[in-house]
Ligand binder design. Structure first.
Ligand code: CNA
Length: 263
């Protein structure tokens, strides 16, 4: 299972790239020169750390409730049908829905841990970072205490993805029998290329508001929705997941799930 920001939209967290509602469309309030600057390491270190720190406050886990899609993923795990959930999301709603941490690969990091920028070996207790983000402490004192800019371990443009991401590709993809992809524009690499890590002929299904991830004439890989093994289900992933629950006859099990039970 591969997921992106679209699966958390109904929780109230905007995605990046949806026209009108996406974060990139609404960044005026952050006073950024260009949208991606909010996750740009050079901009954060050398120009202005405040936009990202503000986003930390808005996204800090505990303020949002998992969506039906997150619960569906948890149910796949309970049914022993889930190999792994690779997520681009930093909101930790997968574990909030009760998916055990070992079932999640947070490709772009999350708010579980923090470090000093440029010194990955200097761990900063996440509770202290949370206090700074939520205004109970201030970032300047935190940064002074640890001798550098502190940030949750969220992967910025220009930073390495966590080693676990690459390890899990090796262990999980050779045994994948069906790849579900939900709520992602599939433009951020290397995550976007994961769709091509399955064995040739493995069925893949994209559940998204828009058709994405198709290989161009000149490029190898990508979805081929006109071929035999790829399927595109257009629309909201929550509605699609609820329909899958209904088709599988899992309504009672789905209703019985409680958030956080497996965390
Ligand atoms: P994106 O580029 O914003 O794309 C989102 C995709 O989801 C688009 O194709 C939308 O059409 C689609 N979409 C939106 N709502 C729905 C819905 N309800 N049902 C189905 N499809 C929907 O986001 P990606 O995840 O592809 O981009 C990767 C970035 C986004 C990662 O680096 C994340 O860290 C980052 N991000 C994460 C969050 C989060 O943690 N919730 C929020 C915003 C951005």
């Amino acid at each position: 299972m591969l997921i992106g920001a679209g699966v958390s939209v109904s929780a109230g967290i905007p995605d990046f790239r949806s026209p009108q509602t996406g974060l990139y469309h609404n960044l005026a309030q952050y006073n950024l020169p260009y949208a991606e600057a909010i996750f740009d390491l050079d901009y954060f270190q050398s120009v202005d750390s405040r936009p990202f720190y503000r986003l930390c406050r808005e996204l800090w886990p505990g303020q949002y409730t998992p969506t039906p899609t997150h619960r569906f993923i948890r149910l796949l795990h309970e049914k022993k049908l889930l190999r792994r959930c690779f997520t681009q999301n930093i909101d930790s709603l997968e574990t909030a829905a009760g998916l055990p941490k070992e079932m999640v690969v947070a490709a772009h990091g999350n708010f579980d841990s923090a470090h000093v920028v440029g010194r990955d070996d200097v761990e900063v207790p996440i509770e202290e970072v949370r206090a700074a983000a939520m205004g109970e402490d201030d970032w300047a004192s935190l940064n002074e205490r640890y001798g550098g800019l502190c940030k949750p371990s969220i992967v910025f443009f220009g930073e390495q993805l966590p080693p676990r991401f690459f390890e899990a590709i090796r262990t999980d993809f050779p045994s994948c029998g069906l790849l579900l992809v939900m709520g992602t524009s599939l433009v951020v690499q290397p995550f976007a290329s994961l769709i091509d890590q399955v064995r040739p002929g493995t069925p893949r299904a994209l559940f998204n508001r828009e058709r994405v991830g198709e290989g161009g004439v000149m490029s190898a890989g990508g979805f081929d929705f006109d071929g035999s093994s790829d399927t595109f289900v257009e629309g909201d992933c929550d509605a699609a997941c609820l329909e899958l629950v209904r088709l599988a006859g899992w309504e009672a099990d789905f209703a019985a799930l409680e958030d956080n039970c497996g965390a």
